[in-house]
Design a protein around this ligand. Structure first.
Ligand SMILES: [Zn+2]
Length: 84
């Protein structure tokens, strides 16, 4: 009986060792977001919030393009500046 327990322990250790021995495969990175790269931030001129460029709402005013956190801010800002 003791031999069976010893054998089971050896098999268990061997099994664990075999699973740990191969080096862990490197995790594939998402192609659109490389590690360490910080996304460009733009400031909402209406409320001052900084938003990632990919999530910002673009609003053109003449030849200038502004970036906003929401369509509400864009509409508000464009409406206010158009009155000036
Ligand atoms: Zn805003």
């Amino acid at each position: 009986m003791f031999q069976l327990i010893l054998l089971a322990a050896i098999v268990y250790i061997l099994f664990k060792w075999l699973r740990q021995s191969p080096p862990a495969a490197p995790r594939p990175r998402p192609p659109d977001q490389p590690a360490g790269q910080v996304e460009e931030m733009v400031q909402d001129p209406a409320c001052g919030t900084w938003v990632p460029l990919s999530q910002a709402i673009a609003g053109r005013q003449g030849n200038v393009t502004h970036h906003f956190c929401s369509t509400e801010c864009r509409d508000k800002y464009l409406e206010e500046t158009n009155h000036k």
